[in-house]
Design a protein around this ligand. Structure first.
Ligand code: ZN
Length: 660
């Protein structure tokens, strides 16, 4: 474990305790082997003057919803110490009342809710208190004789606290254990199956102790031959059948979750070692690394042995019995869908309602796998009994959060493929879909698309849509990246220059037919097997006003687009039994696409005897059609608004008397 302390950076805090607290909290947050995604918490005690000029001791403790890696001063909630210490002495207190009591003792009402560990931080009689869920420490505690191992390793330098529920009960337990204790002899405190605390009157010592105690735990694992190193072997590429199985898994998990899911695949060497182990059925289903992971990952994953959809159904049924076994009055059963899966022969899968959630789960799974494999070399992985995990999963504070949570944007969890998406209408469609929450794969012949779209929820894949191999490859990459396909915006096209039929050359004709018609068939063919497994799947075909209202000189373009429209109408007929909607969009006069230079526009306007502005608005509504307007309509057609419409042709042209 690397000590990241840097004197220059620490000195920038200028002796301000809260600024130093921000600095060392971020150091802890920077190491995923210490804390992951909002885990852990830190605090500092300071004196502050209140409104009446009186000095009060205040605990600045991490606020809920903040992540140690990125926390700022505003992320710490200031709570009066005397209230917290009084609360520690109460015989019992519900966690909801504890949160209320803490909030009412805050000296800054707009600060976030204090961590549920605030009372415990207050009890520890040192200025700086650091708490993490360090993998190495928790791994040792999650073995059959974990407590003995911890005592052998650390002796009486640490206080060992048996597992109890985090929140008030934990604070109360530590209060009872330490009423007559001499804290000065402790370097830290180990919470069985949960994590580690270190503390000191200065920020550096508290941080140094965390790093050195965790390093001792890592060295201990190494000595037991139980240190699992990560490895960056490139992920295996799935075969077509395996990709279809993946899309089927996503479909089934989405069904049980009640919303479309993103799937992240981890087929790394470590994931393969884990999923291929003959004991995986047993050790992967004993419980999580630390109880608070249950909120993200559920207690156990689904293991795919045999038919995947059967495995997911049994998982859901077993989840409901787990709820029935453990639930007390008034609890609502959460959705029974798994959050991660073990795919023997391949690796692990993480399921999230959006890319962010799936990635967070994937990170937790990665750390959990290593911890389990380590513990298996030390007598076996031993997680907490299911009742304890259930209590955290159905903790009153978590249930309250769920009731408050909103539904997310319209297309959250959806996966969209957009062809010709590096510019113009295609790009506008990709941006509109993404703005509504969809994950997008943008296919374009322009290799720059992979730079234009290179974020967790948007990938650009260079692809020649007229080439079947190139298309199959891009579609496979999309499915392996996000787990399936729900939306296809078939947009790639070319506007051929004006030419009378009499003068038409074969090459212009063939180019137009190849890109404006045949490529759409190739893309559709490649996507259909995955759309069949999609959630409310939809195809949007970008055709043209030229279909209902052609003009002279545009035969190559209009004939191909008319063919495309007919292809889409037949697709609507063929795919309706699979629940796949196919609708067409006829844009006209979209000039902000980069195909049109100012010069071309001026020339065209002049030929009609119009100004450029009037030319752009040459439609019944006298309105300009922008690519973003087409993108918004395409996104709407992919969404629930058009959920009962298929085979429709919708113009976006400002009104055209020839079309009407
Ligand atoms: Zn904790």
């Amino acid at each position: 474990m690397k000590n990241l302390w840097n004197d220059d950076e620490a000195n920038r805090a200028g002796g301000d305790a809260l600024a130093l607290r921000v600095y060392t909290s971020r150091l802890l947050g920077a190491d995923p082997d210490l804390v992951l995604h909002g885990g852990g918490n830190t605090s500092v005690k300071a004196h502050a003057k209140n409104l009446f000029g009186e000095s009060e001791e205040v605990l600045y403790v991490k606020g809920s919803g903040w992540d140690l890696a990125t926390i700022e001063a505003a992320g710490f909630a200031p709570v009066k110490m005397d209230t917290l210490l009084k609360m520690a002495k109460l015989k019992s207190l519900t966690d909801t009342d504890m949160v209320k009591g803490q909030r009412s003792a805050m000296t800054e009402p707009s600060a976030p809710n204090p961590s549920v560990e605030a009372i415990l931080h207050a009890l520890i009689p040192f200025t700086f208190v650091d708490h993490t869920h360090a993998d190495a420490v928790v791994t040792i505690t999650n073995t059959p004789n974990g407590e003995e191992r911890i005592r052998d390793l650390f002796g009486d330098r640490v206080l060992v606290v048996p597992y109890v529920m985090p929140g008030f009960i934990l604070s109360r337990t530590v209060y009872e254990m330490t009423r007559d204790a001499d804290w000065s002899r402790f370097e830290g405190m180990i919470l069985m199956h949960h994590g580690i605390f270190t503390f000191a009157d200065d920020g550096k010592t508290s941080y140094d102790r965390m790093i050195s105690l965790v390093t001792e735990a890592e060295d201990y694992l190494a000595k037991q031959g139980a240190r699992i190193e990560g490895s960056d072997v490139p992920a295996a590429v799935l075969s077509l059948d395996e990709l279809k199985e993946l899309a089927g898994i996503r479909n089934s998990v989405s069904g049980f979750r009640g919303k479309p899911m993103i799937v992240r695949c981890d087929f790394s060497a470590n994931a393969q070692v884990f999923s291929n182990d003959s004991g995986v059925d047993s050790f992967s289903t004993r419980g999580p690394l630390t109880p608070d992971h249950v909120i993200r990952t559920k207690r156990i994953p689904v293991v795919f042995n045999g038919d995947a959809s059967d495995a997911i159904s049994s998982y859901a049924a077993e989840y409901q019995s787990y709820f029935a076994r453990n639930a007390t009055n008034g609890l609502t059963c959460l959705d029974p869908a798994p959050r991660w899966g073990v795919w023997p022969g391949q690796g692990t899968l993480s399921f999230g309602q959006n890319v962010k959630e799936a990635d967070i789960i994937a990170d937790i799974v990665e750390h959990t796998r290593s911890a389990i494999l380590s513990a298996e070399k030390m007598g076996g992985w031993k997680s907490l009994p299911e009742q304890e995990i259930f209590e955290v999963e159905y903790w009153e504070l978590e249930q309250a959060k769920l009731k408050k949570a909103g539904g997310g944007p319209e297309l959250q969890g959806k996966i969209a493929v957009i062809t010709g998406g590096a510019s113009g209408i295609g790009r506008a469609c990709a941006e509109a879909l993404r703005a509504q929450g969809a994950a997008v794969a943008v296919l374009d012949i322009n290799p720059q698309c992979s730079e234009l779209f290179s974020s967790p929820d948007a990938v650009g894949i260079p692809c020649d849509v007229t080439d079947r191999v190139s298309v199959d490859h891009a579609v496979a990459q999309t499915v392996q990246t996000f787990g399936g396909i729900d939306i296809l915006v078939s947009n790639a096209g070319i506007f051929t220059s004006s030419r009378l039929i009499e003068e038409m050359d074969d090459e212009s004709w063939e180019n137009s037919v190849s890109l404006n018609l045949t490529s759409h068939r190739i893309v559709l063919q490649s996507c259909v097997p995955f759309l069949k497994e999609g959630v409310d799947p939809a195809v949007v075909v970008i055709a043209s006003k030229n279909v209902p209202a052609p003009g002279p000189g545009a035969s190559a373009y209009s004939a191909a687009k008319a063919g495309l429209t007919q292809l889409a109408r037949i697709a609507a007929l063929e795919l309706a039994p699979h629940g796949i909607r196919v609708n067409m969009l006829h844009p006209d006069a979209v000039f902000d696409t980069g195909l049109w230079t100012q010069e071309m526009l001026a020339g065209r306007a002049a030929s009609y005897g119009l100004s450029v502005d009037d030319y752009k608005r040459k439609n019944l509504l006298r309105t300009e059609i922008r690519s973003a307007d087409v993108g918004s309509l395409a996104a709407a057609m992919a969404g629930s608004l058009f959920g009962k419409t298929t085979g429709a042709q919708i113009p976006v042209d400002g009104g055209n008397d020839r079309v009407i």
